[in-house]
Design a protein around this ligand. Sequence first.
Ligand code: PAF
Length: 285
Amino acid sequence: MTKDPVVFDNPRAMRAHAADLRRQGLRIGFVPTMGALHQGHLSLLDYTREHCDHLVVSIFVNPLQFDREDDLSGYPRTWEADLAACAGHGAETIYAPTPAVMYPEGYQTKVSVTELTRGLCGAGRPGHFDGVATVVLKLFNTVSPHLAVFGRKDYQQLRMIQRMVIDLDLPVEVKGRPIVREPDGLAMSSRNTHLSPQEREQALCLYRALTRAESLVRQGRRDVAALKQAAQDEVAAVAPARLEYLEVVDQHSLEPLAVLHRPAVMALAVWLGQTRLIDNMELNP
Ligand code: PAF
């Protein structure tokens, strides 16, 4: 028997609830989401539930982090299914504020993590990471979690949030969890629902690019230009796929590497029609 989670839609009520949980000595685990929950999110809920006493999930499609109006308006919204999924995976509390509550008239503050957000997705999506950092800080302030868990599919986002937590002395432990993939390798994403059957097939080029590079690393290749070329060839083999970027960067600083002499990550963004997909794989020489 699953119990329905309690839902809060404004920061005051959510903060009072969190304070109450803390008074009871409960360890609060938190998974921030924009809804449209899939197996990737659910794996975060399961992990967090195991490592805390009380699981809070936020569901908020954050307008501040969208750089295209059509992306924001077309973002999948599946409230009923999300609630059921949260209940089924042990969430006791849902925090679902509205944009008007999060950003009322007169709102003007933004958080910016400057260096980590310059390259990769940051280069092509101006303002996106400021929007993410801002909302995550607001959510942390309201939910006051002991532990917050994010997926590694948004690798740059995870590193940025870890940096923000250090820089702003936030009393929260941030954990990144592995990418969850479909059986054929496609990384789970709310945006996969936008793909036509043909694009869904073509989207496998991201995973093929990453696994090609990874197998070369296992064979001993350390020359990043060669790894990138091999991966780019996999994307180029799918004519409609448009590569936005493909980089090999340090796992922590996210600075581009020329030689794979320390733990790295290959990350890429590819467009299929109107849908932008990202994926990454850690390369450990
Ligand atoms: O990864 C996401 O779904 C969002 O960027 C997040 C962290 C919930 C902030 O809106």
